[in-house]
Structures are given as structure tokens and as C-alpha cells.
Design a protein. Structure first.
Length: 57
């Protein structure tokens, strides 16, 4: 995506989105802008979890 002229994004935007995903338990922040997907995040990607049913922590 970073090499494509069709997709524009900023690090600030990505960081904001990742922080939201952390709030809902889909990612965990490891520090220095590094995130890891959680088990719940993997289940969401597999279609096993409906994000509308998640509550922020």
C-alpha cells in the first residue's frame, strides 16, 4: 500500500486507528509504534467475532 499512488494514509491516521483497535481488544500495543493482533482480533478477521458486540476496555 505504501508504494501505491492509489492509497494515501498518514502514520497519524494509522496510529489513531490502531489505538481504537487496542481499546476493543483486537490489537495489543507493544511500544514504538508496533502492534500485535490478539486472539479476538484473529477471530474477527476469520469472521467469528462481530465487532458490534465488542465493548471498549
Amino acid at each position: 500500500m505504501a508504494d501505491s499512488n492509489r492509497v494515501r494514509f498518514s502514520r497519524q491516521h494509522i496510529n489513531t486507528r490502531c489505538k481504537t483497535l487496542v481499546e476493543y481488544g483486537l490489537l495489543v500495543h507493544l511500544g514504538n509504534g508496533v502492534y500485535d493482533i490478539t486472539r479476538t482480533g484473529e477471530q474477527y478477521l476469520a469472521g467469528e467475532v462481530d465487532a458490534r458486540n465488542l465493548d471498549p476496555e
